[in-house]
Design a protein around this ligand. Structure first.
Ligand code: ADP
Ligand code: MG
Length: 152
């Protein structure tokens, strides 16, 4: 599904995702700097009920937020090479062994040397003015019904 979103629509999409995604969901975000990846994750956090300020993990690499309906694990791989990403063991955030299952939202997911078998791929691109083209691609067993729920 590809659609153009103004800032308010991006916010609503994130809120709806945060309210409906099940534990263990992985969101792989791609798109240029400033395309809105962090902004969307902030709205997902708000939908999960997180009141803490969600900022960009460009330097911290991983931020964890535990106060919402589910844990939110927010990763930003911008500064990393795939081999360095492997050393971070990102799978710890979607396997549910080391950390309780929550929502793993990963910016610059093209840096991942391997991906989970199921995830929601989100690609953002600049459109005119403050609009963004956002494509949502369910992969593997990601529940398509959730997309119908959050995009109408
Ligand atoms: P990224 O994490 O992809 O580098 P950010 O979310 O940090 O991007 O920045 C996106 C910027 O674009 C923010 O300042 C945000 O307010 C702005 N913006 C403008 N229009 C939109 C939109 N329709 N959706 C998302 N962000 C938007
Ligand atoms: Mg960002």
């Amino acid at each position: 599904m590809i659609k153009v979103f103004d800032p308010e629509a991006t916010h609503s999409l994130g809120i709806a995702l945060g309210r409906s995604l099940p534990a263990g969901s992985v969101i792989l975000l791609e798109g240029d700097l400033g395309s809105g990846k962090t902004t969307l994750v902030q709205a997902i956090g708000a939908g999960l009920g997180i009141t803490e300020n969600i900022d960009s993990p460009t330097f911290t690499l991983i931020n964890e937020y535990l106060e919402g309906r589910l844990p939110l694990y927010h990763l930003d791989l911008y500064r990393l090479q795939p081999a360095e990403v492997a050393a971070l063991h990102p799978e710890a955030y979607w396997e549910g062994v080391e950390f309780p299952l929550g929502i793993a939202a990963i910016e610059w997911a093209d840096r991942l040397p391997y991906k989970p078998s199921s995830y929601l791929g989100i690609c953002l691109a600049h459109a005119s003015g403050d609009r963004r083209q956002i494509s949502l691609t369910p992969v593997g067993e990601f529940d398509v019904a959730i997309l119908q729920l959050v995009t109408n």
